[in-house]
Ligand binder design. Structure first.
Ligand code: NI
Length: 135
């Protein structure tokens, strides 16, 4: 029997959407308010979904404590209360759009999870705008 288990988390972070190879005018045209040079913050909500077989011995897909620790170490400790552009290696040269952030988070969690599990990650940048990877 396959079941999906979920862990919800949230973190606060600042970012600015821009390309270094474009000037401020072009960045403002393409990214609008999100390209404000002095940055702005979001309350990001994260939903991590792990799907797998229920272990007949434990009745678990995986112990959610393990997933909680992975998300804390890989995401919250790295991104919570940070400026994504300035304070993180991951986004020093990668525009911190929700699309790129969800992909980075997916890759970090994927490396820590057994291959037997399927993983997908949903990231809410606002209540109404969210992304999911893989699509
Ligand atoms: Ni933004």
């Amino acid at each position: 029997m396959r079941v999906a288990v979920f862990r919800k988390e949230h973190f606060n972070a600042a970012h600015r959407l821009y390309r270094k190879d474009w000037d401020d005018k072009k960045n403002a045209e393409v990214f609008g308010l999100c390209s404000n040079p002095l940055y702005h913050g979001h309350n990001y909500y994260l939903v991590v979904k792990v799907t797998g077989e229920v272990d007949p011995e434990t009745g678990y897909v995986l112990d959610l404590k393990i997933l909680k620790d992975i998300v804390r170490e890989e995401v919250l400790e790295k991104f919570d209360h940070r400026n994504l552009n300035e304070d993180t290696e991951e986004f020093r040269n990668l525009n911190p759009t929700a699309e790129h952030i969800v992909w980075v988070i997916y890759e970090k969690i994927r490396k820590r999870l057994d291959e037997k599990f399927d993983l997908s990650v949903r990231l809410y940048e606002t209540e109404r705008n969210f992304v999911e990877y893989p699509a």
